[in-house]
Ligand binder design. Structure first.
Ligand code: URA
Length: 196
């Protein structure tokens, strides 16, 4: 069995944290697509670099654009409640979105914007190496695993690229439709059982 001295492990961890911070600095300065001309702040994401769960939403909204932080509006409140319902806090998971800049008027992300932003989320996942990547809604599901409908894929795990993905609804849909909120809460129970 390989033995990794604790000091070496400590330096590996420090490097991972530094790399993530430096990636986030690059995202904040990113000008790779035209969204940088309309956004107030890019929103890299936040949470633990040791997170077991890595949540991916669609794109920052108005509140996120103003603050530079992910999921701080009403959708964020619901996401935080769902995370807490499975015994975790926001600080213990990692939260981000497919796009790091707000599309004007919250329009759906364009395919070209998703492709331009994709390397950022890929690098975040590689650095954090979560147990499960949780895809919130159709845009995240289509961008990361395939063009599946949320209603058919929610509550299911999918293995690809050496990662475990889990699909559920976007909290904005759950805020709109009480039935979806119940389904999303049930999905989080499935997610919890996977983490035990
Ligand atoms: N919706 C998202 O998909 N991401 C955010 O950061 C906020 C709302």
């Amino acid at each position: 069995m390989d033995f990794i001295p604790s000091k070496a492990l400590y330096y590996c961890e420090m490097t991972r944290e530094r790399e993530l911070n430096s990636l986030h600095d690059s995202i904040r300065e990113c000008k790779l697509c035209p969204l940088h001309t309309t956004r107030l702040n890019a929103v890299p994401g936040e949470g633990s670099y040791n997170a077991k769960l890595f949540f991916i939403g669609e794109a920052p909204g108005a509140r996120e654009d103003e603050s530079g932080r992910p999921f701080v509006g009403r959708s964020g409140e619901l996401l935080t409640q769902m995370i807490e319902s499975i015994g975790l806090t926001r600080d213990e998971v990692f939260i981000t979105s497919v796009l790091k800049s707000r599309p004007p008027n919250n329009r759906t992300p364009a395919p070209s914007e998703i492709e331009t932003c994709r390397p950022y989320v890929e690098q975040q996942i590689e650095l954090i190496r979560p147990r499960v990547v949780v895809l919130l809604g159709g845009v995240a599901i289509a961008a990361m695993v395939g063009p599946w409908s949320v209603s058919e894929s929610h509550g299911k795990f999918f293995e690809a690229k050496g990662r475990t993905y889990f699909m559920t609804y976007h909290p904005a849909a759950a805020l709109r439709f009480p039935k979806v909120k119940t389904l999303m809460a049930d999905d989080f129970k499935i997610l919890k059982s996977e983490l035990l």
